[in-house]
Write a protein that binds this ligand. Structure first.
Ligand code: FMN
Length: 206
């Protein structure tokens, strides 16, 4: 049986640290990763992760051997074919531009093409959009992708688990995406592990 295999795309939205953590944990899980990075995604990786030049080993925190990096302009790359069987595609972070192109069914780079194939083959597509506030254009694009079977998972961390570091905030989102991909992890992201038995308004513990 082949190892699990995922397509990960990084586009030019803020949040490169999320993709770094996702790649690290997918690599550690033993999955194969087909990585697509747009030119604006590379710019964000360099700026936000402080990389002088794009470095796959640093981006994956030592799991580069699990990654096949594709040229974003090569729409003939293997993830651009519906015959390429995989276990899910994540666009993290997903720019409003890429969201709009996926919603419109445009396929002028390998990210859009791979996303279109993932939808048409009824495989799992997760879009981790990052922008705020939203216009009706983005909201309608999200609705279109959701109707086509995609999962909209905005980079929108919760605070109910009491994060005390940026790492906790990254892990919250990455843990939710790993859950969507059905990849096991031991991040501390589950309410059931934190919840107490108190009811709303019950301050009997004080
Ligand atoms: C520093 C910087 C931060 C950006 N952050 C975002 C963002 O958070 N969300 C977004 O939708 N676009 C953001 N953009 C704009 C996108 O990079 C731009 O729309 C680009 O065309 C996206 O191309 P891509 O989808 O091919 O990566 C940012 C651009 C820069 C330079």
């Amino acid at each position: 049986m082949r190892p699990r295999r995922f397509v990960v795309a990084v586009t030019g939205a803020s949040g490169a640290a999320y993709s770094q953590r996702l790649l690290e944990l997918l690599g550690a899980s033993g999955a194969d990763i087909h990585l697509l990075v747009t030119s604006w995604g590379r710019r964000l990786i360099k700026d936000e992760l402080g990389m002088g030049r794009f470095d796959l080993d640093e981006l994956t925190r030592g799991h580069a051997e699990r990654v096949r990096l594709h040229n974003e302009n090569d729409v003939g790359g293997v993830p651009g074919s519906g015959s390429f069987v995989h276990d899910g595609m994540v666009i993290m972070p997903c720019s409003a531009n890429t969201l709009g192109r996926v919603a419109a069914g445009m396929t002028d780079n390998l990210v859009h093409r791979a996303a279109a194939c993932t939808l048409k083959e009824r495989r799992k597509l997760v879009l981790c959009h990052r922008e705020t506030p939203l216009t009706l254009i983005e909201i309608e694009n999200m609705a279109t992708v959701a109707r086509a079977g995609g999962i909209i998972a905005p980079l929108n961390p919760g605070f109910y688990l009491g994060p005390t570091s940026v790492q906790d905030i990254l892990d919250f989102m990455v843990g939710r995406v790993l859950d969507l991909l059905e990849v096991e992890h031991d991040l501390s992201t589950r309410w059931e592990d934190h919840v107490s038995d108190s009811s709303p308004g019950d301050d009997s513990s004080s």
